[in-house]
Design a protein around this ligand. Structure first.
Ligand SMILES: O=C(O)CCC(=O)C(=O)O
Ligand SMILES: [Fe+2]
Length: 353
């Protein structure tokens, strides 16, 4: 008796390769994304996006410290988004991170093959769309996601990527720690309250590179649909090509002009949970264009995977201010978010009371 075994390889359709194919004038229908027709037009009023001077958090002048903590709290409450300047991370390092990330995508298919994603919690995942096994409409985006803390992982190519990622991971964790200390105080809590409760020492940090190649019909496709991030704070830098939009007072706002060398920071779901809804995780999306490849490098910073996240006890009062969220282990939340399609704030809604 003969058994014929046929091994079917699931071939990922990376958009980088697709966009490089000659004569691509229209996008395949799987990428056709319908935006809500009732949505108001995108606003360019980005001048008012808050800017936080990180160096003031450690100023010897207590009134300056107090002022920046107040500004940080207001930014989290009113925008869930701000840019951070004077953060101490060298601009050269930030540029190198973007450059090396680009080099990764320029490796041959064969070289990248080892990193293709199999499971949503694999430490290194090279993939396309958001969750290509579940997405009904595909995102015009390829990605690399690497867990860099509490255990450091990295692809072994291109040369020097690993060292750059390690340094960047350390330096950005320091910025996140400083910001979360300030945010703790802005909530009227001890400076180290978030750091301790969320066990940041073994907190999860994921390094994500998004690559959005030029798209022949940008108005029909989406880079990343509206969503909020898991974790506490997300830091973003890009290669100078715009595409990020954030939702502010029900309207999409373009985030294009930012200070060179600054971090774009957004509040994520677990900060909304911890603050009992005082600080909202911001909805954002990435649009695409037909001219230039956009690269964004995102560092997602969360609690330790075993932390059960719930609203801070100090912020809950059974009568006047009951808990708005039920407790959930961060690992479970992450699996739920990464293992499904990404739709607005639906994940957070699942733990909302
Ligand atoms: O590329 C961007 O600007 C947004 C990326 C993003 O939202 C994400 O990776 O979660
Ligand atoms: Fe995001």
């Amino acid at each position: 008796m003969f058994y014929i075994t046929r091994v079917v390889h699931f071939k990922m359709n990376f958009v980088k390769r697709l966009s490089e194919s000659r004569d691509l004038n229209t996008i395949p229908s799987i990428y056709t994304y319908t935006t809500n027709p009732n949505e108001s037009p995108v606003s360019n009023s980005q001048d008012s996006i808050p800017t936080i001077d990180f160096s003031l958090l450690t100023s010897p002048d207590p009134s300056l410290r107090l002022q920046v903590i107040q500004e940080l709290g207001d930014a989290c409450k009113d925008w869930g988004f701000f840019q951070v300047i004077n953060h101490g991370v060298p601009e050269d390092l930030m540029n190198m991170v973007v450059e090396k990330s680009n080099e990764f995508f320029n490796l041959t298919d064969e070289e990248k093959k080892d990193f293709e994603e199999k499971d949503v919690l694999d430490p290194i995942r090279y993939g396309t769309s958001f969750n290509s096994k579940k997405d009904k409409v595909f995102c015009w985006r390829d990605f690399l996601k690497v867990i860099v803390h509490p255990e450091f992982h990295s692809p072994n190519k291109p040369v020097g990527f690993s060292e750059i990622m390690l340094e960047y991971s350390k330096r950005t964790r320091e910025v996140v720690r400083g910001l979360l200390n300030g945010i703790s105080m802005s909530l009227g809590l001890d400076q180290s309250c978030i750091e301790k409760t969320m066990k940041l020492e073994s907190g999860l940090q994921i390094f994500v590179v998004n690559l959005y190649p030029p798209c022949p019909q940008p108005e029909l496709a989406i880079g990343l649909p509206p969503h909020s991030d898991h974790g506490l704070l997300t830091l973003l830098i890009n290669n100078g090509v715009g595409g990020l939009q954030i939702k502010h007072n029900g309207k999409w706002v373009n985030v294009n002009d930012t200070f060179p060398g600054s971090f774009l920071v957004n509040t994520a779901d677990h900060l909304e949970i911890f603050s009992n809804g005082k600080y909202k995780s911001v909805e954002h999306r990435a649009i695409v264009n037909n001219v230039a490849t956009r690269i964004s490098v995102v560092v997602a910073n969360g609690p330790s995977l075993d932390t059960v996240v719930r609203p801070a006890y100090e912020l809950v009062d059974e009568e006047r201010c009951p808990a708005s969220f039920v407790p959930m282990k961060y690992k479970e939340y992450l699996e739920m978010q990464q293992g499904n399609q990404i739709v607005g704030k639906t994940c957070l809604d699942r733990v909302r009371v």
